[in-house]
Each structure stands twice: as C-alpha cells, then as structure tokens.
Design a protein around this ligand. Structure first.
Ligand SMILES: Cc1cc2nc3c(=O)[nH]c(=O)nc-3n(C[C@H](O)[C@H](O)[C@H](O)COP(=O)(O)O)c2cc1C
Length: 348
C-alpha cells in the first residue's frame, strides 16, 4: 500500500511537471535538432547541450537485461510529449506528436497506437521510480537512439526534418517550391542505386517502393547460400544468429553489380537482425567502394529502429556520406518515401 502511494505521489508530480512543460516542449520543437544524452549511472543528462538533472532525487539510468531503463519524465518532457498513469492497471501512457505508447509495469507487452509488441525487458519500479525501456519508446516516437558502449552513453536525436517526415506530415499537401535550375540539372544527371537484402520479402517490398520513389535502379543482394527458414529461426542457434555473433562473418554475395562507380547515391535496404545490419551488408561494403557516395538506409523490423544500423555503417564505411535512414513497414507508401527523401536532401 505504502509503495502504491509512493508511486502515485511520484506520478502526480510527473503530471504537474508535464502540465507546465509546454514551454520546454515548444522550445525544443522549434530547435533544428533535439539531442538528449544520458549516461548509465549519471543523474545528469544534457538536452541540446545544456546539462540538467534527470530528477530531484538523483535517479540514474540503469541497464537491466542489456536494455537501458530510464526515469521517463524528464526525457519525454525534453522530447515534447506527455505522460499519464493508471494506478489500477499500473499502466503508463505516453503521448507524443499524435502517437501513443502504453506500457504496463512488469509486463513485456507494450502497445504502440494500440498495436501490441514484445519488449525484452519489462518496465519496472526501482527505488520507487518508474523505469521504462528508452530505446523502444524513443524509436517508436521516431527518434534515433545511439549507444556508445565505451562511454555508456545513450544519445537520442531527432532533426526538424525527421519530425516533419512523420507519416502525419507526409500525408499533408507538400508546399509548392521552385527548384533552382542548376539543382534540377544535377539531379537529372545523378544516378541512384537501390540495393536490398531480404529473406522473407518484407524488405524486398519496401525496396521496390524506395526504388520507385527515388527513380533508382534496383538490385537484390543474392546470398550465395540461400537462407532457409531454419537459418533465420532466431529463437534457435540458427545460422543468422551465429553470423551476427561473429564479427568476421561475411556471407558471400552471388551476383555482381555492374557499373557501381556510375552511381552517386546508394540506398541500402535491409532487415534488422539483432538490432543492426545483417553481416551480408558488411560483405557488400567490402565489395563496393562507398566513399563519396551519398548513402540512405532503409530497414524493416519487428520493432527496432534503424539508428544502430546507421551508426554501424558509418563506422565501417567512414568515407561514405550516410545522410539518413528510415524504418519502413508494409504500409509505407511510395508517396511517403518521396516526401521523406525530399525532406532529407534527395534531389530527384
Ligand atoms: C536473425 C533475425 C534477427 C532479428 N532481429 C530483430 C531485431 O533485433 N529487432 C527487430 O525489430 N526485428 C528483428 N528481426 C525481425 C526482422 O527484422 C523482420 O522480420 C524483417 O522485416 C525481415 O525482413 P525480410 O522479410 O526482408 O527478411 C530479426 C529477424 C531475424 C531473422
């Protein structure tokens, strides 16, 4: 009972802060970029470079089952969202930019806009603070999350362009713009290649739409040894898991991409395997020179975002200009992809 009362007290404080949080939210929303940096064990976070305490009690982010749990109040506030609490159901409700996440304490089932997905780590109450899995929350709300194991830092970012590229914004009528003649000429002569790797066709379908939206050439990365259903049964000791666990694994690609050097822009479409790119994408990066190419990345996944995949490609191909990445789903449309590309500096 005492514990329940403490939780309610904490959450009522959370509420009052959120009511007053409009100013902070507006301020962050108007910035070009929102960047929140947290560190495991540190009670201080930075929001767009400015240090602030996570809360008055000195609560720190912790790792449980390899997932980072954080006291969510200050972070959602910095993102520009709101939080609600249903004490009877022990349910936290987070709202941001028209999207809603519901999480239940000690349950690994989370709901994004009513759709259930499974978490590795359940939200928990630790030292009377509600601690929530930050990656799931931030990525569901369209933020990128990067983890630096050396410094134990989590960086959560969203650019104004990325915010503008949410599906809600993408369906809005684009403003009429007049392209400068020089840009148009450059766009017409530049060539785009869309490559994809796909075992169960989710990424293939997305890649086809990406190629149509980008007016690019589409090429499949065909594994020399096809992946069977057994090979990708990730709940077992399957081939895909073994490859992901082996930093040196480079599954062979059967086909060769002709005239790769003719392309200025390369779009890499891939499924997320264990939070990042499958090893065959490393084979692709070993086989073709990405230096000076504009690189866009597109993924499909159960729920994970693309941020780790992007940072792994940036690390492996530092000469490439990795511009941005997007997680698509079965319902992503060619129009949304076109708007997203336009919002991310793609010239065609
Ligand atoms: C080995 C393996 C690992 C996976 N790891 C993740 C993961 O970490 N996060 C996630 O959201 N989905 C994960 N998935 C699900 C796939 O990303 C998802 O089903 C994807 O859409 C499959 O794309 P495809 O149909 O193009 O092969 C994994 C799938 C496999 C086979």
């Amino acid at each position: 009972m005492k514990r329940t009362l403490s939780i309610l007290l904490v959450l009522s404080m959370v509420f009052s802060v959120f009511v007053a949080a409009g100013c902070a939210a507006d301020k962050n929303a108007s910035a070009d970029k929102t960047e929140i940096v947290l560190q495991i064990g540190s009670p201080v976070m930075t929001v767009n470079g400015a240090e602030q305490k996570i809360d008055e009690e000195g609560t720190v982010p912790v790792i449980v089952n390899e997932r980072t749990l954080v006291p969510i109040r200050a972070i959602i506030e910095a993102m520009g969202g709101t939080v609600g609490w249903d004490g009877e159901k022990r349910e936290v409700s987070l709202d941001y930019n028209g999207d809603n996440i519901r999480l239940v304490i000690d349950s690994t089932t989370a709901y994004f806009n009513g759709k259930a997905s499974e978490l590795d780590t359940a939200p928990a109450i630790i030292n009377e603070r509600t601690m929530l899995p930050i990656r799931f929350i931030a990525e569901s709300f369209g933020f990128d999350v990067a983890w630096d194991g050396d410094t134990q830092k989590i960086t959560i970012t969203k650019t104004a362009e990325a915010a503008a590229a949410t599906p809600e914004a993408a369906t809005a009528e684009p403003a009429a713009t007049e392209e400068p003649a020089a840009d148009t000429a450059e766009a017409a002569s530049s060539k785009t290649l869309v490559v994809y790797f796909s075992c169960t066709n989710n990424t293939k379908k997305l890649a086809e739409k990406v190629a149509a939206a980008a007016e690019g050439d589409l090429v499949q990365l065909v594994p020399a040894q096809e992946y069977t259903a057994e090979d990708i049964d990730y709940n077992s000791d399957c081939r895909a898991n073994r490859e992901q666990n082996d930093a040196t694994a480079r599954p062979e690609i059967k086909n060769v991409i002709e005239n790769f050097s003719d392309y200025d822009t390369v779009m890499i479409c891939h499924p997320i395997w264990w939070g990042t790119i499958p090893r065959i994408i490393y084979t692709f990066m070993d086989s073709y020179d990405l230096s000076d190419k504009d690189v866009y990345m597109f993924c499909t996944s159960g729920s994970s975002g693309i941020s780790q995949a992007m940072s792994d490609v940036k690390k492996y191909a530092p000469e490439a200009k990795v511009i941005d990445g997007m997680r698509g789903t079965g319902s992503t449309t060619e129009g949304q992809l076109k708007d997203w590309l336009k919002g991310n500096g793609y010239g065609k």
